[in-house]
Design a protein around this ligand. Sequence first.
Ligand code: PAF
Length: 281
Amino acid sequence: MHIISDIEETRKLIKDLRYKYGIIGFVPTMGALHQGHESLLVKAKQECDAVIVSIFVNPVQFNPGEDFDKYPRQLEKDSEICFKNRISLIFAPSIQQMYPEGLNNTLTKIVPPQIYQDKLCGKFRKDHFNGVATVVLKLFNIIQPDKAYFGQKDAQQLIIIKKVVRDLNIPVEIIGCPIIREPDGLAMSSRNTYLSFESRQKALSIYKSLCRVKELYESGIKDPQSAVDEAKKALHNDVIIDYFECLNAESLFSVEKLKDKTLVAIAAKVDQIRLIDNIIL
Ligand code: PAF
């Protein structure tokens, strides 16, 4: 397994891998790999001949005051996980390598349509999805994968990336993979490492509240607001909601009635730690 930070070297190696093996799979990450990421690696390995993982904590998708500085960085541990999963190459560039001409005002950015950004996390994390779309497009241009794998946990990210790929005719197949949960239901996330034991117990109520919406839907409740209002009662008192919404899982438009395939998404702070989760009815 190669671990490379240089863009040109990465391109050369991938050219060889493509020639030798064929279909190139790609799993973009910010590192701090957990079983959620591993499920993407496993799927990519099943479907592709060689798999590349990128590890890059992208400054452009963090706003001032967010957790860019404290985001967990553990290249050695991540490399072991990749090695175990027979990954061909880890691309782990520096900020200087990815953004040699600097950030913000001097950087060309990909701006996904505002109607996709004005919802859910986009309402609370201004420009976040410009930063995500920009780095993902840069990574696609460097790696040129045939297939790329993203987790359904970041549902809005997945929808926006699919939209950008369609709109800009990027020759890559985007594959969404199911959320992986701890045995107690907590959605796996690199940010779970910030949770103390007590906060983690409170955080469990987030998934419980999503399951409550599903239960209500299955018992015949079709009005999204009534279902969400009732489900909020399952949340621990210390869980502060950013949003708790029912949306169309492809367009992100609000739904008037709950039906199969509706996305139910929540973001909430537990003792200052922001977590997101969702289910599809
Ligand atoms: O989901 C993530 O880890 C990041 O947003 C991504 C897609 C790797 C872009 O930095």
